[in-house]
Ligand binder design. Structure first.
Ligand SMILES: Nc1ncnc2c1ncn2[C@@H]1O[C@H](COP(=O)(O)OP(=O)(O)OP(=O)(O)O)[C@@H](O)[C@H]1O
Length: 210
């Protein structure tokens, strides 16, 4: 039994097959890169894991328990999903940080003290906390969204193109941050080579998932 088990997952939109009998077993601590051409179904996989859409057939299990509508929040409490869409919010960055800690599941993490360290590791100045999120650059938004995911205290990360807007040095920093932590289980969708060189497993959707 893996930490996350996906068995025979089939997804279609408007009768077009996106995933067909897709299988994946993810062990705790594993670091997986998912790549493949645009529109092939990579983000769809993450959305299905998070329960943001219906699949035709198959099973998704977390820690041996099959996930359905009745327990989807168990997955959302344990899995940090970072979508490729960074237009997620308005308001000051600090307000977004507050929001992370307002969720009950995150209250016990005492993670607020980690903010300065995480900002520093992502080459962000603490001043960013007082800035309007919508006015940040694409690369700053991308890093702020990662800060929020890191503060959530979750141990499983689904990262969808989270380094696309960053320069090469920052891409490497983000990859190192997520892939060097032995406790974290990380699935990253990316076209950036920095992920591939460190991934334990590479899944190339272009080699057939439907
Ligand atoms: N809600 C939806 N309704 C209809 N079609 C959808 C929906 N979501 C995704 N699709 C289609 O499913 C296919 C797979 O989309 P998906 O976002 O999973 O691709 P992707 O591999 O992540 O692409 P990219 O690398 O460009 O992000 C695309 O053709 C997309 O248009």
């Amino acid at each position: 039994m893996g930490l996350l088990d996906i068995q025979k997952l089939s997804v279609s939109y408007d009768r077009k097959t996106i995933l067909s009998d897709f299988n994946l077993a993810v062990a705790k601590g594993e670091k997986i890169l998912i790549k493949g051409k645009s529109g092939i179904g990579k983000s769809t996989l993450f959305r299905m894991i998070m329960g943001f859409g219906k699949y035709d057939s198959g099973d998704i299990s977390l820690e041996g328990i099959s996930v359905d509508a009745s327990n989807i929040w168990d997955i959302r409490k344990k899995v940090a999903y970072v979508s490729q869409d960074t237009d997620i919010a308005e308001g000051k960055v600090n307000d977004l940080v507050d929001e992370v800690f307002s969720f009950k599941a995150n209250k016990s993490n005492n993670g607020r003290s980690d903010i300065e360290k995480i900002l520093y590791e992502l080459s962000l100045s603490p001043d960013i906390l007082n800035k309007e999120y919508t006015k940040l650059s694409g690369g700053e938004k991308q890093r702020v969204v990662l800060v929020l995911a890191l503060l959530s205290g979750k141990g499983i990360f689904l990262l969808d193109e989270v380094t696309a807007e960053l320069d090469a040095d920052l891409k490497q920093k983000v990859v190192d941050m997520f892939f060097d932590n032995p406790q974290w289980t990380v699935l990253a969708i990316s076209h950036d080579r920095e992920w591939e060189s460190k991934a334990i497993k590479v899944i190339d959707f272009s080699c057939g998932v439907n």
